[in-house]
Design a binder for this molecule. Sequence first.
Ligand SMILES: [Zn+2]
Ligand SMILES: [Zn+2]
Length: 334
Amino acid sequence: MRALVYERPGEVRVADRPVPEAKPGEVLIKVAAAGLCGTDRHIADGSYHGTPGIVLGHELAGVVEAVGEGVAHVAVGTAVCVDPNLACHSCAQCRAGRPNLCVNAQAVGVTRDGGLAPYVAVPAELATPLPSGLSPVHAILGEPLSCVVHALDRVNLQLGTRAAVWGLGTAGIMMIQCLKAMGQETIVGISHHADHRELALRAGATRIMTQEEAMDGLEVDLAIEASGSKTAFEPAFNALAPGGKLLLYGVMNPWDTVTLKPETMFRKELQIVASYVGPKTLDRALALLKSGAVDARLLLGDRLTLEEACQWVLKQGPRRKAKAHVIFDDSFLD
Ligand SMILES: [Zn+2]
Ligand SMILES: [Zn+2]
C-alpha cells in the first residue's frame, strides 16, 4: 500500500508499505479518510516530536477490517473513529485522571503508524464506534473537535460570555460552531485571511475582524488563541475584560516567547488556561458532528491525493481551503 511516511525532520515522502496485521489487542482499520493538520507540519519540520519512519495521520476514520487476538468489544465491520492518544494507564498523571498528560504517551500518526494510508493497525481501545448515520469521512473531524471540546471544558464556559477567536483555521471555526451551539451572543472571529473570515460568519460568528481592528478596543470575557502564532498572544491578552480568561489553544513553536503584563493580570484577576489534546471527549465530538451542531460540510476543505498531502505537509504547493484531507475509500462519499 502507498503511505505518507515521515522519514526525518524536513523529509516526508509517499512510500510503499506492507498492509499491517492486527497484533494481539489491536484492530486493523480500512481507512475511509484522514485529515491533515498543523501538527503534521510541525512533525515534518522537526518542531514537534514524531518518531522517524512512521506513517503520518492522526485524524482518521474507517471500518474495522480484522481484529487481533483478545479483542472482544469491537467487531469486524464496525465504523470507527480513532482516538490517536494512547496513555499508559499507570503513570502518576494517568492515575490522577489526566491521560492526555501521560508521561509515556504514544500517539497514532506521531509515535506509531497513522492513517495516511489505506490501512492502519491501532490498539483496540482507541477505536471509537461512530454514532449511526455519521459518515466516516465527516468523522475525521472527530479528533480535532475532541480537542476543542476539551478546551472549552477547561474554561468552564458560562452562558452570556463574550468570546473572540484568534485564528480561523479548522480549530477556530470549530470553536465558533461550539460557541454558537452553546448559545453565546458575542462571538468575534479574527483573521487576516478574507476567506477564513467569510467562513467564520457562515459558522456563526456574530462579528469578524482583522487583527489590527481587534487591537482597537475589543473587550471580551474569553479570548481564544487558536492561530498558533505568537503575534496573537498580546492582542488576545489585551482584549480581556476584568475577570477574563485567555485560552491557549494554537500550537506555537517550542522556541516562541511572548510578553506578559503581570500587573494587568493581577489587577484584572485574569486567567490563562492551556489545553492539550482531547482526553475522553471523542464521543461528545462525534455526537456534535452527528447532530450538525458542528457542520462537517462547512469544515471539510480540499480533497488531496497522497502526493498533494506530502506537499501540504512540507508547506509546498498551493494554499488549501479549510480541512485538507485524503479520501482512501470513495464508497463513503455522499
Ligand atoms: Zn491534528
Ligand atoms: Zn501514563
